[in-house]
Design a protein around this ligand. Structure first.
Ligand code: URA
Length: 247
């Protein structure tokens, strides 16, 4: 039994509330979420910054990020923002960079945009414990400006190693900065949405959608984000079916 089956009434009511928050009429069809996505059997959230810097690759990576001085952002940060979620997640959500709240709390997407991201994930049966959430860069740029190319380059190895360790079944790139970095593309978000890309050097599908901060500024676009999420779920489900059939 999945977590969802055990709590049908609560989940359905919650899901409807979240869809409403997303600006999606509740009578619209829901994403065909598979059990694998809904299952809450995943390992508990990883501690943000483990005090144990032992020999395992996650601890080593966490310690490296925590101590990082590779770019100038280290001097203005309160702390690094490594990532949160299930280290064996099938869905990896990648945003841009920590903002003020994230810098303060050490966790990605905890401000207003994060609340909307939580709603978006909940609408497709995911949350911060079942998915993994990370950013292209791990330190807050001053005044929330876009990350500079040298900052992205300095941080690139950290995200690449997170992806290698997680081995997600699908990557959801939220916003232009994440999409451009992951796909090594300078194409517009409009052109990148609605297509199945792959993470370079792998067969991991990458789906592109709007950044929740943009959706807060442009709520009229939420329905497009919902289309993207449904598309991502269908890509995920097709990949899972394919894996089952070829096993
Ligand atoms: N925006 C992002 O891209 N990432 C965060 O963690 C917070 C806001």
């Amino acid at each position: 039994m999945t977590a969802a089956e055990g709590n049908d009434t609560v989940d359905d009511a919650q899901r409807r509330a979240y869809l409403t928050a997303m600006g999606i009429p509740v009578w619209q069809s829901r994403a065909p979420v598979g059990d694998a996505v809904l299952a809450d059997s995943a390992a508990p959230s990883a501690p943000m910054q483990s005090p144990i810097d032992g020999g395992d690759p996650w601890s080593i990576l966490r310690a490296e990020v925590r101590e990082c001085t590779r770019c100038a952002l280290h001097s203005s940060r309160t702390q690094t923002v490594f990532g949160v979620g299930n280290e064996r997640a099938e869905w990896l959500i990648i945003g841009e960079a920590p903002g003020a709240e994230e810098d303060r709390l050490g966790e990605p997407f905890v401000g207003r945009a994060g609340k909307l991201l939580d709603n978006m994930l909940f609408a497709i049966g995911l949350n911060r414990r079942t998915a993994y959430i990370a950013n292209v860069i791990k330190c807050r740029p001053p005044q929330n400006r876009d990350p500079l190319p040298d900052e992205v380059a300095s941080c690139a190895g950290y995200l690449r190693r997170q992806i290698q360790l997680i081995k997600p079944k699908l990557i959801l790139a939220v916003g232009r900065v994440a999409a451009h970095d992951l796909l090594k593309s300078a194409d517009s978000l409009a052109n990148l949405r609605g297509k199945i890309h792959t993470y370079p050097g792998s067969d991991i599908p990458v789906i592109v959608t709007y950044h929740p901060a943009y959706l807060l500024r442009s709520p009229g676009e939420k329905h497009r984000a919902w289309e993207d999420l449904k598309f991502a779920v269908s890509v995920y489900n097709n990949a899972a079916d394919h894996a089952t059939n070829s096993a």
